[in-house]
Design a protein around this ligand. Structure first.
Ligand SMILES: Cc1ncc(C[n+]2csc(CCOP(=O)(O)OP(=O)(O)O)c2C)c(N)n1
Length: 533
């Protein structure tokens, strides 16, 4: 008779979940006992980072990924990361230890009181099994919840004495053997109607969202845009956790502004807006205005019923984004509309000392490897990054779609572990870097050869920009004098250097990015400013 632990590891095997991200405590040790040789345990030194690494890994592999957390305090530390994971639609199966069943009612030390409340409301399902024998089935259910659209985290709290209990063999066998699939195309008639609407439109436009990349709809999105001669915008940057359309494509016209009034203004000339794989819209900040101007209609295709229901305007079609795009390609002909003018290539940025964020991104663009993957958490240089890099391959861009900092370094490590053959570059503000800083240790420990580029402006620049926008004066806590991330990295054992000026930066990046023996960190001073170009 297998134990609950043996049955659970068999379940993980059946789902290809042999990489586990965790930070252990006494309540998790029974799960980790006799850790099987065919599994890899990736240690993160703080739970926000553990979840962030798993998030990057789950997104890059497309597979549910187990995150194993310490009871209440571990889950508490993880909540910011869980908030990110639900916005990123990362299929995480989060397990957490719990006190021995015999001591839960008397609330012995480390009891996770009301365990299922902790990660709410950011998980799709939260559960503590009533019996030890239910643990494999509960984890199986969490795997299915996490992997079904919309993907996202699910949570199971497991009392520490459950792991060596005898499993219910019959239940476990069924739980391990089941598959649950959820890729459903919208009804053909709905898509045929949409195709007709698209063909009849005078000046339609496509808004490409992150789920195009996540669903494997990249090629179909290009085919549809080319065949229908659509200009293509990326969904606003705050919610653009992934890029859904090649940004060097001649029909790509830019990243939509993130505020209500500005979106309506930008789309004013279009009679039909087709939003694919995005919420409508990840607005931030609040700039009031009409949602759309009078003569503009909108249709969104999303695999997320929540996104469809909460959209403030337009029609929505729920279904798999890639399948829907493929059908639309088949259902539409070649249009004779004039495609948009290609965007000009960005010019050389002005020289300055220290360099601007724009210059730093231009230096990165100069040495960017074709198969490179970017993980971005550099608030004041986000737009400069998008404009300069113009990434154009699928699976090449990851950004914390909820805005919760701590995603960058952590996710970069997870993405690199999932994609060992592709160079990963993580671009960070020095303030953002602090939230996930302990993941530098994991990068080194697991030989993840990420190049970390830290833009050092000695401040929370974006918050100073927001202060202006919000007409706030005299806010404290917006300066970071003397924060030296290169020195901190050295303490974690990561080779690090500070460079200055575009030439030194280019050279340092040129050397670091192809190196595959472990992480490197390059820090460069940049001037104060919001870098939009
Ligand atoms: C977990 C979390 N805490 C606080 C914030 C608020 N916040 C947004 S941007 C920012 C500062 C980022 O500073 P830095 O990385 O140095 O980038 P810069 O704006 O200077 O480019 C902060 C604190 C957040 N988004 N997430």
């Amino acid at each position: 008779m297998p134990t609950v632990r043996e049955a659970t590891f068999d379940l993980f095997r059946a789902h290809g979940m042999t990489t586990i991200f965790g930070n252990p405590g006494s309540t998790e040790l029974p799960m980790l006992a006799d850790f099987p040789a065919d599994f890899r345990y990736v240690l993160g030194l703080q739970e926000l980072v553990v979840v962030g690494m798993a998030d990057g890994y789950a997104q890059a592999t497309g597979r549910p990924t187990n995150v194993n957390l310490h009871t209440a305090p571990g889950v508490g530390n993880a909540v910011g990361g869980i908030f990110n994971a639900q916005a990123n639609k990362a299929p995480l199966v989060i397990t957490a230890g719990q006190q021995h069943r015999a001591q839960v009612t008397i609330e012995a030390n480390l009891t996770n009181r009301d365990a299922t409340y902790g990660p709410q409301p950011y998980v799709k399902w939260s559960h503590e099994p009533p019996r030890a024998q239910d643990v494999p089935g509960a984890i199986a259910r969490a795997i299915h919840h996490a992997g079904l659209p919309p993907r996202g985290p699910a949570f199971v709290s497991i009392p520490m004495d459950d792991w060596h209990a005898e499993a219910d063999e019959d239940r476990a066998r069924h739980a391990i053997g089941r598959t649950v699939t959820g890729r459903a195309a919208p009804a053909e008639s709905t898509l045929a109607e949409l195709a007709a609407r698209l063909e009849a439109a005078r000046n339609p436009v496509l808004i490409a969202g992150p789920d195009i990349d996540a669903s494997g709809g990249w090629t179909a999105a290009i085919a549809l845009a080319e065949q229908q001669r659509l200009p293509v915008w990326a969904t606003p940057a705050p919610g653009g956790g992934r890029i859904g359309f090649p940004e060097n494509h001649p029909q790509f016209v830019g990243v939509l502004p993130p505020a209500i009034g500005a979106v309506a203004e930008t789309l004013r000339a279009h009679d039909l807006v087709l939003v694919v794989g995005s919420s409508v819209f990840p607005y931030y900040p609040y700039i009031p205005g009409p949602l759309l101007t009078q003569d503009t209609a909108l249709v969104a295709i999303t695999s997320d019923p929540g996104e469809a229901a909460r959209a403030p305007m337009g029609d929505a079609i729920v279904g798999d984004v890639a399948l829907a795009l493929e059908r639309l390609v088949a259902l539409t002909g070649t249009s004779d509309r004039t495609p948009p003018e290609p965007r000009p290539a960005p010019g050389d940025p002005a020289e300055a000392d220290p360099i601007s964020g724009t210059t730093a991104m231009a230096a990165l663009a100069d040495v960017w490897p074709e198969d490179g993957i970017a993980v971005l958490e550099a608030p004041s240089s986000t737009m400069a990054f998008r404009n300069r890099l113009r990434l154009s391959r699928p699976g090449s861009y990851y950004f914390g779609a909820s805005g919760g900092l701590g995603f960058g370094i952590s996710a970069a490590v997870g993405v690199q572990l999932a994609e060992p053959e592709r160079p990963v570059v993580c671009v960070l503000g020095e303030g953002s870097a602090q939230y996930g800083i302990t993941a530098l240790w994991s990068a080194l420990a697991y030989k993840a050869p990420v190049t970390f580029l830290v833009l050092r402006n000695q401040e929370y620049m974006i918050l100073k920009w927001f202060a202006q926008f919000e007409q706030v004066q005299g806010a404290p806590g917006l300066d970071l004098p003397g924060l030296d991330v290169a020195a901190v990295a050295t303490g974690y054992g990561v080779p690090a250097q500070q460079v200055s000026g575009r030439d030194e930066l280019t050279e340092a990046l040129r050397t670091a990015i192809p190196a595959d023996d472990g992480p490197r960190l390059i820090q460069v001073p940049v001037a104060s400013g919001m870098w939009l170009d």
